[in-house]
Write a protein that binds this ligand. Structure first.
Ligand SMILES: NC(=O)c1ccc[n+]([C@@H]2O[C@H](COP(=O)([O-])OP(=O)(O)OC[C@H]3O[C@@H](n4cnc5c(N)ncnc54)[C@H](O)[C@@H]3O)[C@@H](O)[C@H]2O)c1
Ligand SMILES: N[C@H](C(=O)O)[C@H](O)COP(=O)(O)O
Length: 330
């Protein structure tokens, strides 16, 4: 019998958000293109969802296309769309850890995470992390991971992630930027086959500091660091004025833009392609993708949530798994 690649594990995310609804829509729309299973409580799926409980991930292959394979994870309470229920917070966290166990033990090819509501997890279960990215780094035992958001027209990386704007200038350091550049370049080669990625680096300050008139980090250390790394073979542009590096012509000149902070990176991509954007974590020892949107509590339960970003995230996770398998066959 031909060996089949393990399926992708899709976590349920916040049960009161749009996660369960877009998972149910994705299984219908994808028509079996990507083998995946959903980990969560079937009571949290929209009532009309056609699903089949499985006992182990490989059983996802026995479920007909269009029917959602569910690895059951019972929660304390049902979910009311759009309404936070702190009783379910720990279950959301446990499902992520369970997915990571499955990928670490080779039962899943990668994980795709549905959106979590960080404040509900913090208030309901003392979740100590600002997001999946940091939690997954901890579960994987790695010090530095990189958040990248990607769509067909743009890839962006925030060098600092979920921190207050007032802390950015202190935490955006030469060490952080260098590590981010190294991980990003490595993963773009490994997972996307880009031999020598062209990397644009955004300045921290308006107009990249305008020669020191509007901030000095570019002169103090960014130029020097980039020159050193260019000497090591990296293809780096910048520091570039952040406001003018994202228009369509400018985007042709690079494969990825590394920015100083969260919104500098995420505003352009969510503006260009909110429905098609994917959040992918680089530097992990396993594959993890996610839709770029959040829990959308305001529209949960209305049946109007768009599954495109989740579908793109599942496609990306599967493509990455296929590429890794091909590379390890070489
Ligand atoms: N991967 C993740 O876990 C993730 C990602 C982003 C945000 N979040 C969290 O989600 C929560 C809500 O964040 P937010 O309100 O800033 O962003 P959001 O993405 O949840 O919502 C922003 C807007 O986009 C709409 N929207 C979102 N997803 C949609 C979809 N699939 N189809 C149609 N419309 C959609 C919403 O209705 C809302 O108007 C926060 O707790 C945030 O931290 C989690
Ligand atoms: N910063 C992400 C975004 O706005 O899309 C989001 O919060 C998700 O982050 P995690 O993947 O770390 O949960």
């Amino acid at each position: 019998m031909q060996h089949r690649r393990p399926p992708i594990a899709l976590t349920c995310g916040e049960p009161a958000g749009v996660g369960p609804e877009v998972a149910a829509k994705a299984i219908l729309d994808m028509k079996g293109r990507v083998p995946f299973f959903w980990i969560g409580d079937p009571r949290h799926l929209p009532v009309q969802t056609s699903f089949a409980e499985i006992k182990a991930p490989h059983e996802a292959y026995d479920v007909p296309a269009g029917v959602l394979p569910v690895l059951c994870h019972l929660f304390p309470a049902p979910a009311e769309a759009g309404v936070a229920n702190f009783a379910n917070a720990q279950g959301v966290i446990d499902v992520i850890a369970r997915a990571v166990d499955l990928v670490k033990t080779g039962q899943a090819s990668g994980i795709c995470t549905s959106p979590i509501h960080k404040k509900i997890l913090k208030d309901g279960a003392d979740f100590a992390y600002p997001g999946h990215t940091e939690y997954l780094a901890d579960l994987a035992g790695v010090d530095h991971v990189v958040m990248m958001l990607a769509c067909s027209e743009l890839r962006v990386v925030p060098a600092t992630i979920h921190i207050a704007l007032k802390d950015v200038a202190d935490q955006f350091t030469p060490e952080v930027l260098e590590e981010t550049i190294r991980i990003t370049a490595n993963d773009l080669t490994q997972h996307w086959g880009i031999e020598r990625p062209r990397i644009a680096i955004a300045g921290l300050n308006p107009h990249a500091g305008e020669g020191g008139a509007m901030g000095s980090e570019e002169l103090d250390w960014m130029n020097g660091l980039l020159d050193t790394l260019r000497g090591q073979g990296f293809d780096l542009k910048g520091p570039m004025p952040p406001d003018t590096m994202f228009h369509a012509r400018a985007r042709q000149a690079y494969d990825v833009a590394i920015c100083a902070y969260h919104d500098q990176a995420l505003i352009p991509i969510k503006t260009i392609d909110f429905d098609g954007g994917v959040n992918v974590t680089l530097g992990l020892p396993f594959i993890r993708t996610s839709p770029d949107h959040g829990t959308a509590m305001d529209i949960a339960g209305q049946g109007i949530a768009n599954p495109s970003s989740l579908i793109a995230a599942l496609d990306m996770a599967w493509d990455m798994a296929e590429r890794s398998a091909k590379d390890s066959d070489i």
